[in-house]
Ligand binder design. Sequence first.
Ligand code: GAP
Length: 458
Amino acid sequence: MSTIQDRLKPIVALCKRRGFVYPGSEIYGGFANTYSFGPYGAELKKNIKDLWWKMFVHERRDMVGLDGPILLHPKVWAASGHVEGFNDALIDCKSCKGRFRADHLIENALKLDADGMSLPQMTDIIRSKVKCPKCGASDFTEARHFNLMFQTQMSKTSADGDVAYLRPETAQAIFVDFKNIIDTMRVRIPFGVAQIGKAFRNEITPGNFVFRVIEFEQMEIEYFIKESAWEATFDRWLQSMHEWCRAIGLKESRIHEKEHPKEQLSHYSKRTVDLVYDFPFGRSELYGLAYRTDFDLKRHAEYSGQTIEYTDPETREKFVPHVIEPTFGVERTLLALLCDAYEEQQLDNGETRTVLHFAPRIAPIKVAIFPLMKKEPLSEKAQKIFAELKRFWYCEYDESGQIGKRYRRQDELGTPFCITVDFDTLENDTVTLRDRDTMQQIRVPCSQLLEVLSEKLK
Ligand code: GAP
């Protein structure tokens, strides 16, 4: 039977081999839990972010975008509750100095949900029932809180001391600029503000490839409403999040909803539902949807001394809006897409074909164009087609090696269509169009290529 790591291993290997994801700072021996997104990983991430922005900002009338700073005033994180409460419980093995998240130790060793347990409870359970996963000893320190925010130093002239934090969520920049947005834009409640950007967390035990990393990207929406509308708005956003999963082509059977029990809610949330995905290493959080109430805006009003209110243009009623927050991780989206799309097929000739079945709209390369062999006038004709198609889609031209190997390479990159210019092309101006999933080839007149591909790549 394959182990969890075995099931993720071929995907990690393909990512390195084919230029999706490289280990961070590899020439220096690596830098733990950091990754570089190679040319195809960068394309995939860009496609994810572009489609998200199109679907949630451009195609809606009730949304605007924002690009706020990574470094916000340190008071922001006091107001948001992150300085005080953005902690994980950490515990060390005294024998091998291994460092673990206490809740993960309990969950993995005893299959017990540790959310909501106090530090002394976790210490007692671990000391009495858990062995160190690294060395097998049962000699643990007390569990203690560890703040996940990365700290950095500002210049010595900074008025509020030297410490600044790299943002652990993008959301706060939206709350900080709420007043600017209502003063400068013609937005009316209900409306939302969307943002895509980097977030940083000093995770105690990162892992499972890019699933839990210390530097990642979030795509977040803060949707401002009247308090009375929260339940209906929450339900609508939950459906929109499922629609997004369908749009990027994730298998619906692998996506589930997980309601957070009341006692496990974050300090700002009155209700949270996670969309969890069946990753090779188990069912884990992909996205989250939270009802943040008016917590953040009220706290920023309190800590900044500013009035942060919305005035209803009809009734002139002033109030602090409530917030529904759908949040999406870019790296987790990429990982779910890779796991969902990955297949090793046994072919009749005994070979194994590795394919990424990406939905065309998300695939890094849309079309690959080959001459049957590197020879004129086949190459010239293929390059002409490449020049024409790359005006519309990200395409790749390849003329090196056997044609079969070139197809296999594109299968591993998840390219939905390959076009081959062969000797018949010179006779009748048609090319073969190969479908990645069925491997079927049809002949298409060159004059119809744009039309046929536009339909297939919709
Ligand atoms: N503003 C709310 C918020 O930050 P969260 O559940 O802590 O909520 C939101 O994070 C999303 O960010 C998660 O659903 C996940 O997709 C992604 N995410 C969180 N921590 C991550 C990490 N360490 N590595 C990669 N992605 C992460």
